[in-house]
Ligand binder design. Structure first.
Ligand SMILES: Nc1ncnc2c1ncn2[C@@H]1O[C@H](COP(=O)(O)OP(=O)(O)OP(=O)(O)O)[C@@H](O)[C@H]1O
Ligand SMILES: [Mg+2]
Length: 490
């Protein structure tokens, strides 16, 4: 609604000004009251214009609704069309690619497949790249398979036992020879679990062995003799990661029984050759006293002599015969192992006996004897004569090694973990490496012909072994130590 005032203008006053001059018709029409005597500028009424809104609004609403419905329908149509286009052009090919990709990753789809390229857009390019990648991966996979196959056949083809071992001692891969070896029940295989309590450093324990490889990060090898007389050379090679930590190890076992047997044959052949050489020495050893015996015997038979001279001659014959008997006895001891006659014996007492026998020789050569004999050693079950012979051989060797210079012979006894250990340390010139290999061989000697038969240590070794003991040697330029280890009675 619009309202505006009606203001008296000059023109209006012509009829509505002075009543006396007002037209009769007007007076009759409006009457006298309020219709005359107006002044210019008076508000004599209000002009209003009103239009009803409800109609207009309902029209507007109708237009708005139809516009909205049209717009919505158009948008919906556009959305569906775009969605359809997007699905067929982008989503569908991408979904297909993704499905195949996932299948390849999971291994359910083969790698050697080719997806058709239906468009020349980005999707087409992506499909083409996928095809190339799949082809490349397929080729790489085939190469890997071939390499793995080759490695596998090399691994299987190695006739020595070979295995890849994890730090927990579990076997990752084994070859045929290793599996057969495990089946044979040979103990130096990884069949136990890795636990510190299973580790036994005194035997060829693979757990300790593996620990050593992990700790020292280097290959470790050991010789090992099986119960059935087979010899093995056992190796563990470390495999490290980029940081240098050992993550696995290769367990390689070489059966060296044949090699050992060949070595043994060679040693025997060497010994036979030594027997030939020895005959000259033995002949000389026996010939010397025989010469004296013969001379004395001839004198006795042909010359008149007093009783004292006769006695002297008989003594010389006796000493010579004893020497020959001694040599023959040593040879017999060497060739056959005579049985032991054991009795409870004090080892310290045995040593004192032998020292009494060698006292004169030792003091003549200006050798000092330093004894460190333990009182904890119980009486040992040994063959007294034979053990004396062992100690005598070792002491005589020591005295001979220190020949020419004053020196010290240290003799010690101690009890160690169920064993009695007797050591003889001299301050001689030591044993050169090339000699050390052979000192326990029968007939091996470095002494001049007639001074040594080379039987001393070989006989001693066999006597100690008959007592279930061990004889070992350590040597340097400063001297040599022989150690005899004998098991103590239970
Ligand atoms: N204490 C030692 N120091 C240096 N060399 C030694 C020692 N003991 C042994 N040998 C070496 O070992 C070799 C063999 O010793 P073994 O006692 O078997 O024979 P041998 O002493 O030569 O002769 P024998 O039969 O008279 O004992 C010796 O010739 C010597 O070279
Ligand atoms: Mg000797």
């Amino acid at each position: 609604m619009r309202a505006s005032p009606i203001i008296t203008e000059t023109e209006c006053l012509k009829c509505h000004g002075d009543l006396s001059q007002a037209p009769r018709g007007l007076i009759k029409r409006y009457g006298l009251k309020n219709s005359f005597e107006w002044k210019e500028g008076d508000i004599i009424g209000v002009e209003t214009v009103a239009i009803p809104l409800a109609v207009a609004l309902s029209e507007i609403r109708g237009i708005a609704i139809s516009t909205f419905i049209f717009a919505f329908a158009t948008l919906l149509f556009l959305f569906i069309s775009l969605q359809g286009a997007f699905w067929s052009l982008v989503s569908r090919p991408l979904t297909k690619l993704t499905t195949i990709f996932n299948g390849i990753v999971k291994g359910t789809e083969p790698l050697n497949q080719y997806l058709p390229i239906n468009s020349k857009d980005e999707i087409g390019e992506l499909t083409d790249s996928f095809n190339q990648m799949a082809k490349h991966l397929y080729n790489a996979q085939e190469d890997l398979k071939k390499n793995a196959e080759t490695l596998r056949s090399i691994f299987e083809g190695i006739s020595d036992p070979l295995a890849l071992v994890n730090p927990d001692c579990s076997l990752e891969i084994t070859n045929q020879a290793y599996r057969e070896w495990v089946a044979k029940g040979v103990s130096a295989v990884f069949t136990k679990e890795c636990h510190a309590e299973n580790c036994d450093a005194d035997t060829l324990c693979l757990i300790c062995f593996l620990e050593k490889v992990m700790r020292e990060k280097r290959a470790v090898s050991e010789y090992w003799e099986d119960y059935d007389g087979q010899f093995y050379y056992v190796h563990l090679y470390p495999i490290s990661d980029d940081m240098g930590n050992v993550i696995k190890a290769i367990h390689y076992v070489k059966d060296i029984t044949d090699k050992k047997q060949i070595e043994e044959h060679m040693r025997r052949a060497e010994k036979l050759a030594a027997v030939g050489q020895l005959s000259a020495g033995v002949a000389h050893e026996i010939n010397n006293p025989l010469g004296g015996i013969k001379l004395c015997f001839n004198n006795l038979m042909t010359t008149e002599m007093d009783e004292d001279t006769k006695r002297m001659h008989v003594d010389v014959i006796n000493v010579g015969l004893a020497r020959i008997q001694d040599i023959v006895k040593q040879l017999l001891d060497f060739s056959k192992k005579s049985s032991l006659s054991v009795s409870p014996v004090s080892i310290n007492g045995l040593i004192e006996n032998v020292l009494m026998l060698t006292d004169y020789l030792i003091s003549k050569k200006e050798i000092r004897v330093a004894k460190d004999l333990s009182t904890d050693i119980p009486e040992m079950m040994v063959d007294q004569n034979k053990m004396e012979q062992v100690f005598l051989n070792i002491i005589l060797n020591a005295v001979q090694a220190m020949d020419g210079k004053p020196g010290t012979l240290a003799i010690g006894t101690l009890s160690d973990n169920g064993y009695c250990e007797i050591s003889f340390t001299d301050t001689g010139q030591g044993i050169p490496e090339e000699v050390l290999l052979y000192i326990f061989d029968p007939f091996f000697t470095t002494k001049p012909v007639g001074e040594g038969t080379g039987l001393g240590l070989s006989v001693s070794k066999s006597i100690v072994e008959q007592h279930n003991g061990k004889i070992t040697v350590e040597t340097s330029e400063k001297g040599t130590r022989f150690t005899v280890r004998l098991p103590m009675p239970e």
